[in-house]
Design a protein. Sequence first.
Lengths: 166, 477
Amino acid sequence: MYSLLREGSREIPLSPHSCVFMRSMRKTTALALLLALALPSPVGAATQVLAPPGLPEAEQYFETLPTSTGPKAPDTSKKARDAVRDGALGEATEKALRERGPTGLSLADAVAQTAPQGEAGETGRTPSLGSLGERGLGAGFPLMLVLAAGAAAAFAVARRRTPSSQ
Amino acid sequence: MRIPARARTLALLALLALGVCPARAAAAPHGLQLGVTDDSFLSSNPLLREEWMSRARSAGADLALLTVDWSAVAPRTRPVVFDPADPADPAYRWSALDGAVRSAVAAGMQPVLEIDYAPTWAEGPGRPSLAVAPPGTWQPQPAALGDFARALATRYSGGYVDPADSLAGSLPHVRYFQVWAEQNLAVHLGPLWRGRRLVAPAHYRAMLNSAYAAIHAADPGARVILGGLAPYGDARAGASRIPPVWFWRSLLCLRGARLRPVACPEPAHFDIAAHNPIEVGGPGLHATSRLDVSMPDIGRLTPILRRAIVTRRVLPAGPKPFWATEFWWDSNPPDPEGVPMHRHARFLAKGLFELWRQGVDAAIWWYLRDQAPGSAGYGTTQQSGLFFRDGPAKLAYRVFRFPFVAGRERNGRLVLWGKAPSPGRLVVEQRTRHGWAPLTHPVAGGNRVFLAKMGVRGALRLRARQGGEASVPWRVR
């Protein structure tokens, strides 16, 4: 995020005006964050269901995953399963994301959904798209949260780096 | 006589140089028995049964899992005069199982008898409708299960005269008995809960212990296998699936994530631990919940087992082998929702390695042959066979017969693992512009498993070969 305030290797000097501008931006960002957090989140209310390949009726072997992407009908289509199962993320990355709860899981799903299609060699990973039938903001909601938090952090860093004499 | 320190040092160095010093020999990789199950194994048609048993053996299976439907072997209603512990009781119907056991042993495999489904008269009181609890799953009575297990183990103790052919001698010996399957699911054992209290593990413990005592009384050399659990559960009271980690903790009288031992007047008795690591994804996909156990998550169960052994919450004392008693992926073709054929084969190879890597000693693949599609298509039946239903082998057959995978450690070292068709030397070959060239010559021990590590960089296409038989190639970056 710090690189946002750099142009090449040269640090962009910040004027007192920019500092005022930043203060107002920080307020706006904070408000946006508060607003986003205050919105009724469907976290925990919805689940995504993964079924073993080829046995979509075998409920006893479903893995149910909480999602933050709004109410969602269980999608056990091949595409949807592949998007998660063989997603473009490395296993470790996907696991790490999943362990971060619904937001991480949505990010993992979003990456899987936007990965290029096609065979990916011998590793058994075939990134493929999944139409997960989202409603509402979908995966954009957690992405918005992450971007907003990132922007706030960037401004905070920039503020700290502003010379105190100014 | 005093030996000067310098002389002692020199002598020690000399011994080291000669290799006489008790330096620890490189440990041979542990084994991985392979098994399969199939509907045809219990067919009443001996020709069909024997053909598929023979194919299973040709695929390299050491074990043939046979589901023993207790309700099908036992009488439908309990006769007034009936000795359920006596395998010779005329009310029992053993012929299909006898045939399957004979065929498996004749083909060169060890049968694994998985006991499931109680007859109605052996279920507990307060049975709900069949829609809530499928037949044979409602509180199977431990004492009745013990009686049946005793009859079963006596019949296949190796000394029981074959009633169909007394001239042939005894019925074959069966060493392995698995007590129930997926008892963390309401469709296999009920009730799971009473209100907010988890009750199924304690009930299952009573079933397991009763069967254990009966089987060992009939055949002290028999091995009792814990029922493998389904991999995913729902972590809330009243749900129809208990997460396997919860089930194991409760079964083994260990509380919470810290595995605090609690009172356990009758610890669970089994000889072999088991789990069913069925995957919704590829073989490396972890279950999201830490309470669930998919293929790479066996390590969520082993600490519970270790703790139970140390605190004597499982008996007899001592380490337990660990088996994966059910895993599979459906293939496309024929199932349009299955995984493509090459990936099906790769998943199998990587799955076997994944299990072996975690210390699993046996892995049983369901099924040998594709099941026929159901009335609604392929979605309700399994097309996970090593063979298509009409006979031809899939690529997975070659993998099962000669599993081989290659990968890299974090430091970039190349790891080669496999199970050769026979013990002895083999060659791992690298694909070049001029064909296959030898890369290394690992040696498979008596258990046929080989493991080699080497520092070769770059993208490679590798295969293992022993005699005229080559594994399915594996690509590594």
